[in-house]
Design a binder for this molecule. Structure first.
Ligand code: SAM
Length: 299
């Protein structure tokens, strides 16, 4: 039996340090979502070379940088000043600097600030280089065991119940696995809303506190989800990604049939009458048909 080759971290670090990190470039750098070990060697090298780091919250990023023994000029770049700060970053890049863009956790510009800065830097003709790494959504999907080639990233649902339910109705016939981000104070309500919209038979996956000490990944039917959450008060705390299994083929067919019937009825009837009649014809729920009819009328 051959000896396993020794883990040569130093050699790898040296090799990464020799790679090219062009100047006058904005680097979009993914940072850990909980475990500080989850950062790439290239990200660390770039952070050590950067002239400044644009970040969502300077206190958080200062702490993260200190953990890696790095001290850099930090530029506050949050959702309220992205346009303005983009111009400052563009000036610095035009002077030949390397600027890193990070968010509090995970990949910038994914349910986090950053997209406006990236867009403006791109429009100014400057180079953008992603340094990939953690994403809560992809980590949760990879560990979910939900088998499907396609996924649809929803991110955070609207906070207002009416808007949230409208978004969910639009997703009912989505065949791809759906990925939601949710805050702990809304998780119980959101799970109720998911049950209302998708029914009890679909699979749901809770990916909680990923990469942290109390990481938990639980999969069950939507009808069992509230009971699981409430069985232990810790389960309503921390950070969550929620995944919902996509619609089975016959649900897509139901949606197509509902649209066909409604499109005929709506030529003669009000939205309310059309939804009521379509419910009798198709056997589908009146509320869902009413929402669909409103969308079809553009209301
Ligand atoms: N940009 C980040 C990314 O790439 O994943 C997401 C930032 S978003 C503001 C924060 C949300 O991501 C949380 O509310 C939660 O839904 C999810 N999240 C972040 N870290 C997580 C973790 N360790 N475990 C589970 N979900 C997490």
């Amino acid at each position: 039996m051959t000896e396993p080759s020794p883990f040569q971290a130093n050699k790898l670090i040296e090799a990464v340090a020799q790679q090219s990190y062009p100047s006058a470039t904005l680097y979009v750098v993914a940072t850990p979502i909980g475990n500080s070990g989850d950062i790439s060697l290239r990200a660390l090298q770039l952070l050590s070379l950067a002239d400044a780091v644009a970040c969502e919250d300077t206190r958080n990023t200062a702490q993260l940088m200190t953990r890696y023994g790095l001290h850099k000029t930090l530029i506050a770049a949050h959702q309220h000043n992205e346009h303005e700060v983009a111009q400052k970053i563009i000036q610095r890049l035009q002077n030949g600097e390397r600027i890193a863009l990070v968010s509090d956790a995970g990949t910038p510009a994914v349910s986090d600030p950053g997209a406006i800065i990236v867009d403006q830097v791109r429009a100014a003709g400057l180079r953008i280089c992603p340094l990939p790494g953690c994403s809560a959504a992809i980590s949760a999907l990879s560990a979910s065991g939900l088998i499907h080639d396609q996924f649809y990233f929803v991110g955070f649902l609207p906070a207002k119940a009416g808007q949230r339910d409208t978004v969910l109705q639009q997703l009912v016939s989505m065949p791809a696995t759906m990925i939601f981000y949710e805050a702990p104070h809304r998780i119980v309500d959101s799970v109720q809303a998911l049950l209302q919209a998708f029914g009890g038979d679909r699979q749901i996956v809770f990916a909680r506190e990923l990469t942290k000490l109390f990481e938990e990944i639980h999969r069950c039917k939507l009808s069992e989800a509230s009971a699981w959450l409430q069985a232990d008060s810790h389960r309503e705390k921390g950070e969550f990604v929620v995944l919902i299994e996509g619609a089975a083929q016959n649900q897509e067919d139901d949606q197509a049939e509902a649209k066909r019937v409604l499109s005929i009825l709506l030529t003669e009837l009000s939205v309310k009458q059309a939804a009521a009649l379509a419910a009798q014809i198709t056997g589908q729920k009146k509320n869902a048909l009413y929402q669909l009819a409103l969308e079809m009328k553009g209301e």
